[in-house]
Design a protein around this ligand. Structure first.
Ligand code: ATP
Ligand code: MG
Length: 337
């Protein structure tokens, strides 16, 4: 990996067994593309997962499953660094420093926290959920990342990361690269199939609203066919007036590489049924080999664990160097003089 390449960093939570279509189109597709142009680090963020209760056995299984799905999506351990967040203790260590640099009011303004804590009842939300955007700041800054491929919902957290990098650099001297979000406009927000005004989400979507990549393809095909649309018949991209159809067009366009105006022309005079049926077939064709590849990685946990151990080693080399620099700037006494 050439050192003159810009760095990329992103993370995905092992909070559900399967990734969903929003994760893939909004984030993971970009992870795969950036391997070619960036020195890229991708992490399964298990520390973030425990901000809400997790069953330990399930968490362990989901972490392997997340890694298997990332590899099945096209991440290549020879071209990027793939690791489990808890294998690199520097994340929690720099996270603490960043906690001490963040204002309470500033953290309180994070809308992801507001949404997620409202869902659980504010009393039951953990302090970890409150501070998780700050741990995310550490995740990114440890790798001196230039670009952070994420979905639109993460924009505010990347803003916070930029603010904290600037604040640290201003107070202690140039230390961290100030990262930029890498959000693809067209796919930055894939919507729930049953409520096309909210994002498709592991934690917020109803089963019918979310396309899980590891579900039986038949099940996903049915969900596409029963997606909520509108009372018109015209197939036209109009996010405001026709959010359901626009969402289906976005998914169709991205999975096939066909521009949306071309799809509008192709479906002129045809009903919503035709679009949904053909999209469901395209989806089945795409998820079938994806599921097979995921199963292959899972069937060989020894190899999977080796990939992750090697990834953690590569990640630690970078993270340890950044942490040492940050600790020194803050004024911590060196452990080894
Ligand atoms: P949760 O609801 O538990 O937060 P999630 O569905 O948001 O889960 P994450 O693991 O938090 O999934 O997010 C992984 C990546 O996928 C992030 O970069 C996030 O921005 C992106 N992402 C999540 N949902 C969507 C979506 N509907 N459209 C586009 N990108 C998305
Ligand atoms: Mg999320």
């Amino acid at each position: 990996m050439a050192l003159d390449r810009p760095r990329a960093l992103s993370g995905i939570q092992p909070t559900a067994g399967s990734f969903h279509l929003g994760n893939y189109l909004g984030a993971i597709r970009q992870y795969v593309a950036l391997q070619e142009t960036h020195d890229a680090f991708y992490t399964v963020v298990d520390l973030h997962a425990i901000t809400v209760p997790q069953d330990p056995a399930e968490l362990r299984a989901n972490s392997r499953l997340a890694a298997a799905q990332l590899l099945a999506s096209g991440l290549d351990p020879d071209r990027c660094t793939l690791f489990i967040q808890s294998h690199v203790p520097e994340h929690a260590q720099l996270g603490w420093v960043m906690n001490c640099l963040t204002g309470f009011g500033e953290a309180s303004r994070m809308t992801q926290f507001k949404d997620k804590s409202a869902k659980q009842g504010a009393d039951r939300a953990t302090v970890g959920l409150f501070t998780y955007p700050i741990l995310q700041v550490a995740d990114i800054l440890l790798y001196q990342a230039n670009h952070v491929p994420v979905g639109e919902d993460q924009r505010q957290h990347i803003e916070l990361t930029r603010d904290l990098a600037d604040r640290f650099n201003g107070r202690f001297g140039e230390t961290f690269t100030v990262p930029a979000p890498y959000i693809v406009k067209e796919t930055g927000k894939i919507y729930d199939l049953q409520d096309p005004t909210i994002k498709m989400s592991k934690s917020a979507s109803t089963p019918k609203g979310i396309v899980n990549l590891l579900d039986e393809p038949k099940v996903s095909a049915k969900k596409i066919k029963s997606a909520v649309t509108d009372l018109e018949t015209e197939i036209r991209f109009d996010e405001e007036k026709k959010p359901g159809i626009s969402n289906l067009l976005t998914i169709y366009s991205t999975l096939t590489g066909t521009a949306i105006p071309e799809l509008e022309r192709r479906y002129e005079g045809k009903g919503y049924g035709a679009l949904k049926t053909e999209l469901s077939e395209i989806l089945v064709e795409w998820v079938t080999p994806f599921r097979e590849r995921t199963q292959e990685y899972l069937a060989d946990p020894g190899t999977l664990d080796k990939i992750l151990a090697k990834g953690a080693e590569k990640a630690r080399a970078v993270a340890a160097e950044t942490l040492a620099l940050a600790y020194d700037k803050v004024g911590f006494l060196p452990a080894k003089p």
